[in-house]
Design a protein around this ligand. Structure first.
Ligand code: CAA
Length: 389
């Protein structure tokens, strides 16, 4: 039997500020039930003026490095769809902020919200070649839609860092995977735009088609039967999407839809996403963290993970929870990352949303707002300047 490979450590970070959906509802006159019940969101993480995917990614990864050191990390894969540069990987800034060794390859990956799962699978391939190596996978995103658009209520921001290695302490990633790709325009962001474009209903349909497609392939590849899974962790653009997806999967499989069973299968995966909002590439792994932090002992149980990235690419795969995993969780730190955020009012949120650095190559400092471990100090000569606080 081959050596198990998977997630050895998982840590996440989010932003300095949080906007409660109650403030958004009060501003735009929406019944709060639409947000709290209809889409299943209570608040959204809002980045400070001196936070971005790099500062969040470094903040997520720093505790992983503190626990495991840097000597076995020869690859960093940074997955994002809110990239800050068309050439340089955001991971290179993180590599520098964390003091990783120069003998390291660093690269950025993109396929909408699916990117981190591609990174995880590529990492497993690298570890398989040399079981002594570990790969640092970072998924970091700021989800940004136009103000006053339907997507606005689903915004959020967070980063997840995962250390991938042999004999993992948390979750063993299993073969096979169910795969699905379809060329659809459900959600996209042309290079000249800061906010994503989305066809809301089309995106929901495309996601459901991908659930069906990945499961069909997974079953054909002889994956576990549906009833083997202890829980299902879905990509959560808004938490009710996970429920739509799971009902669709049960329908597709011809399994009776029992609402209590659905709540048992998904209920513990949504706690972080409901207060953070969509974190794109990080979302499904925030769901995994929420499940591991809250569930009764999952030792030896397979969990189904469904990663969906608009455009679209999706993957369904199983992760089996490893004996002793509870001693390696970061539950208190995860709760603290959420609790430490400062509420921002609607006016403050709107100002942050509209803020961007001038593109004139001048010397532009960012106001000091974040109390996190890393900050974007400014931009000078078109270069982003980061510092540890
Ligand atoms: N009380 C309770 N529920 C209410 C309510 C109330 N007062 N008012 C409305 N609702 C319910 C509606 O019935 C609806 O429920 P169902 O979906 O079960 O029918 C739900 O709240 C949402 O209402 P609408 O459909 O009217 O909402 P909307 O049209 O304003 O927008 C959205 C919803 C399309 C998801 C929009 O938020 C959006 O465009 N989001 C961004 C795109 C997105 O997240 N797509 C998901 C799939 S794509 C993906 O996963 C990749 C990614 O990360 C982007």
């Amino acid at each position: 039997m081959s050596v198990p490979i998977g997630i050895h450590d998982l840590s996440f970070a989010t932003t300095e500020f949080v906007l409660p959906h109650a403030a958004l509802a009060e501003y735009n006159g929406t019944d709060i039930g639409k947000y709290h019940v209809g889409i299943g969101q209570e608040s959204m993480s809002v980045p400070a003026a001196d936070e971005d995917i790099v500062t969040m990614g470094a903040a997520a990864a720093a505790p992983v490095i503190a626990r495991h050191g840097t000597s076995r990390i020869r690859t960093v894969v940074f997955a994002t769809e809110s990239s800050i540069d068309q050439a340089k990987s955001a991971g290179v800034y993180v590599h520098s902020l964390l003091g990783l060794q120069p003998a390291c390859r660093v690269v950025e990956l993109k396929q909408a919200c699916y990117g981190a799962t591609a990174a995880l699978q590529f990492a497993i391939g690298l570890v398989r070649r040399d079981l002594a190596q570990q790969v640092l996978v970072i998924a970091s995103d700021v989800s940004k839609y136009e103000l006053d658009s339907p997507g606005e209520a689903t915004q959020g921001a967070a980063a997840v860092a995962m250390l991938v290695g042999a004999d993992p302490a948390l979750v063993r990633i299993e073969e096979p995977s169910g795969l699905f790709t379809a060329d659809v325009m459900d959600f996209w962001r042309p290079n000249y735009r800061e906010a994503a474009l989305v066809d809301g209903q089309e995106s929901i349909n495309a996601y459901l088609q991908a659930v069906e497609g990945t499961w069909k392939d997974y079953a054909e590849q002889d994956g576990y039967p549906l009833e083997e899974f202890a829980a299902f962790v879905y990509h959560q653009p808004f938490t009710k999407m996970a429920y739509k997806a799971h009902r669709h999967l049960l329908d597709f499989c011809g399994t009776a839809t029992d609402e209590d069973a659905i709540a048992r299968a998904l209920g513990q995966t949504t706690a972080y996403n409901t207060v953070i909002g969509n974190s794109y590439t990080a979302s499904v792994y925030l769901g995994l963290a929420a499940l591991l932090d809250q569930a009764d002992d999952l030792t030896g149980r397979p969990v189904g993970l469904l990663s969906y990235g608009s455009g679209s690419v999706a993957e369904f795969f199983a992760g089996t929870v490893v004996a002793g995993y509870r001693g390696h969780l970061r539950t208190a730190a995860n709760h603290e990352a959420i609790a430490r955020r400062t509420p921002v009012d609607y006016v403050g949120y709107r100002a942050l949303h509209e803020r961007s650095f001038p593109a004139d190559g001048g010397d532009h400092r960012a106001p000091a707002q974040t109390t996190g471990p890393f900050r974007l100090a400014g931009i000078s000569g078109h270069k982003r300047l980061y510092e540890a606080r």
